[in-house]
Design a protein around this ligand. Structure first.
Ligand SMILES: [Zn+2]
Ligand SMILES: [Zn+2]
Length: 124
């Protein structure tokens, strides 16, 4: 028999660096890792990046656009993530953008409140 090295992926919170620790937490495919984490209350948002961005390994290129997937673990709650911290209006999962320094994701609600999530997790 021969052996083959397999790389497994685990979901890591982009805000605090927590590694997803579920019943099944290591996956051969990174998208399975994030899907499983979302069943445990993690939130995944995707933010568009500048066309020349190269510094993140989570970039996918579809139709020439670059996106970064951000995972947020359950302990940050939903305030300022799923809904606006100030007025509790629902935030749009697709409405996030990344700050110029790449250290925050930002969404302004329809009433003009800025919701700002600092990214301090691994890979920063
Ligand atoms: Zn976290
Ligand atoms: Zn608001």
């Amino acid at each position: 028999m021969s052996c083959k090295e397999v790389t497994y992926y685990q979901a890591v919170c982009d805000v605090c660096g927590t590694v997803h620790d579920g019943e099944f937490s290591a996956w051969a495919d990174p998208s399975d890792a994030s899907t499983q984490a979302s069943y445990d209350g993690w939130i995944e948002v995707e933010v568009p990046l500048a066309a020349d961005a190269t510094e993140y390994d989570s970039i996918r290129t579809t139709t020439g656009e670059k996106w970064r997937s951000i995972l947020i673990c359950g302990k940050h709650g939903s305030d300022g993530i799923e809904w606006c911290e100030a007025c509790e209006e629902d935030l749009n999962e697709d409405g996030w953008r990344i700050s110029e320094d790449g250290k925050h994701i930002i969404q302004v609600c329809e009433s003009g409140h800025e919701n700002n999530v600092p990214l301090g997790g691994e890979g920063q």
